[in-house]
Design a protein around this ligand. Structure first.
Ligand SMILES: Cc1cc2nc3c(=O)[nH]c(=O)nc-3n(C[C@H](O)[C@H](O)[C@H](O)COP(=O)(O)OP(=O)(O)OC[C@H]3O[C@@H](n4cnc5c(N)ncnc54)[C@H](O)[C@@H]3O)c2cc1C
Length: 167
């Protein structure tokens, strides 16, 4: 996941955007390798009691993200003076940050589209339309959406190939 000047991006966010519906929050785990973030933050408090929260958090998160989260979600004190319940609250947020996206970059920037012609209307062997002789539908035009990682290219090429062979 990337924080860009326009908002969230990167493969993880592009992937969830296929499922996201307007006004819904998305849930992001900012510490996927850790089962529970609260004990981690309490350990950081014990290990570095004089450290500023932003410095302690930067052990686990990119520096500027650590700074932004510390500023918004912790009091402006050194780690030793921050209550465990505040650390627990931040820990929960790190495991399930739930921002509500204000929107996507839309069709012009989309890498793949959801929706399209219903697969039930097509032959799965030739991509020919069942009800319209001579019409074939392939790739993005069909209601098939691949995960990131080349599956959309593969689908476009494979469906195009079988349709071409049938023609
Ligand atoms: C920026 C970007 C990055 C992507 N990265 C990946 C990736 O890493 N991996 C992956 O799997 N997929 C990726 N995709 C998705 C993938 O490119 C598409 O799913 C795939 O190219 C769709 O193939 P298609 O043949 O169905 O449609 P298209 O490739 O869109 O082909 C449709 C063609 O029809 C032409 N056309 C349109 N209207 C007319 C007309 N009236 N007359 C004649 N010709 C017309 C268009 O010019 C175009 O050449 C990416 C897409 C984008 C935009």
């Amino acid at each position: 996941m990337l924080f860009t000047h326009r908002g969230l991006s990167g493969p993880a966010v592009l992937q969830v955007s296929s499922y996201w519906r307007e006004a819904e929050p998305i849930s992001l785990d900012l510490l996927p390798d850790v089962a529970d973030a609260a004990p981690l933050l309490r350990a950081a408090k014990r290990a570095r009691p004089r450290a500023e929260p932003r410095t302690a958090l930067a052990e686990y998160l990119p520096q500027r993200l650590a700074g932004a989260l510390a500023e918004r979600h912790l009091p402006p004190r050194v780690m030793a003076e921050i209550a465990d319940r505040d650390l627990a609250r931040l820990g929960a947020l790190l495991k399930a940050w739930r921002p509500v996206p204000s929107g996507t970059e839309g069709y012009a920037k989309a890498e793949v589209t959801a929706g399209g012609v219903d697969t039930a209307a097509l032959s799965q062997r030739t991509m020919a339309a069942r009800d319209v002789p001579g019409l074939f539908v392939i790739g993005e035009a069909v209601d098939v959406t691949g995960w990131l990682g080349g599956y959309n290219f593969q689908w476009a090429w494979s469906s195009g190939w079988v349709a071409g062979e049938a023609v």
